[in-house]
Ligand binder design. Structure first.
Ligand code: RIB
Ligand code: CA
Length: 311
């Protein structure tokens, strides 16, 4: 199989960084056309810089990095420095990047790539969906160039930024609604799945024992990441969110889901940003997404450790 054309939209962010490393470590699987960045975990100047830091760490400065939207479509920006640290990559001491940031805006990049693609492009979104939503509004024809969209976002159960909503959807619920209602070949990997994939001490040790700079940086970031999630949700260890998207693209057999009707709450306050998935679609509310429900955590972590060991 030739490597699949892929664009990753992200808000690095510790778990975004691990997801990027997994993708960057898989050149036989992915023709990584670009990394587009968005404001989310930390403001855009940091997310775009952090994406380039990770490309340097992976020795993949061949991958172009683009800056996108600095705020959600309607709401003001909500960030998560309490989770990711003020730099966005707490636990890793990575140098300032020397690779250039692309001058083209991430939205323009998405539009250009998706309207000229000879082969449908896979989109992996790891942050708020602002860039993709703005691209869809500006140029709906990009849908024809999209082979598959896999989003880390939402939840079939509890939220994390509010009891009802997951962070990526909550930050820009209007963008999430635009994406969900665009008729795209969409797969959602929510907290109900990522909370099954946790960084146990043994898995952290396995990363540290890789004996390479990538393993040390990944372990450094994951050592403190997600403890709040772990405590709030009573998990055995901190959950690993964004890498599940890349693992799904590499090994879909590690995951299981169903075709459902997916909607996003954009009104109110208590449930703003809630993803509502109905496994029983109707003619008036047809299925519009594959919603993942289970993950083989040991398989995901085994894949992550195997691939990061190659960098
Ligand atoms: O809720 C978890 C998601 O929000 C992850 O993508 C994390 O990086 C943050 O963006
Ligand atoms: Ca993210």
């Amino acid at each position: 199989m030739p490597p699949r054309p892929l664009i990753i939209d992200c808000d690095p962010g510790v778990d975004d960084a691990i997801a990027l490393l997994l993708a960057l470590a898989s050149p036989a699987d992915f023709d990584l056309l670009g990394i587009t960045t968005v404001a989310g975990n930390v403001p855009l100047p940091l997310t775009q810089t952090n994406a380039r830091r990770i490309c340097h760490l992976a020795q993949r400065t061949d991958v172009p990095v683009y800056a996108g939207c600095p705020r959600p479509m309607l709401r003001s920006l909500t960030t998560a420095e309490d989770i990711h640290g003020p730099s966005g990559l707490q636990g890793a001491d990575l140098p300032e990047p020397t690779m250039p940031l692309q001058t083209q805006h991430a939205v323009a990049c998405l539009i250009e790539q998706l309207t000229t693609a000879a082969t449908p492009i896979t989109l992996a979104t790891l942050g708020p969906l602002t860039n993709l939503a703005v691209a869809l509004i500006q140029c709906p024809e990009i849908a024809r160039g999209i082979g598959q969209v896999v989003i880390m976002g939402g939840s079939l159960g509890a939220g994390n930024i509010t009891p009802a909503a997951e962070f990526n959807i909550y930050v820009d619920p209007h963008a999430a609604r635009v994406v969900v209602e665009a008729g795209l070949p969409l797969t959602m990997i929510g907290l109900n799945v990522t909370h099954q994939v946790v960084t146990t001490p043994d898995r952290l040790t396995a990363l540290e024992n890789l004996g390479n700079p990538v393993g040390r940086a990944a372990a450094g970031m994951l050592r403190h990441y997600g403890q709040i999630d772990c405590d709030h949700h009573g998990l055995a260890a901190p959950p690993l969110h964004d890498p599940c998207v890349i693992a799904y693209l590499l090994r879909p057999d590690l995951f299981c889901g169903r075709s459902m009707r997916l909607d996003v709450e954009t009104e109110g306050s208590l449930c703003l940003g809630r993803t509502v998935a109905n496994p029983y679609p109707t003619p008036t509310a047809p299925a519009n997404a594959t919603v993942i429900e289970t993950a083989d955590a040991e398989g995901v972590y085994g894949l992550l450790i195997e691939r990061l060991g190659k960098l």
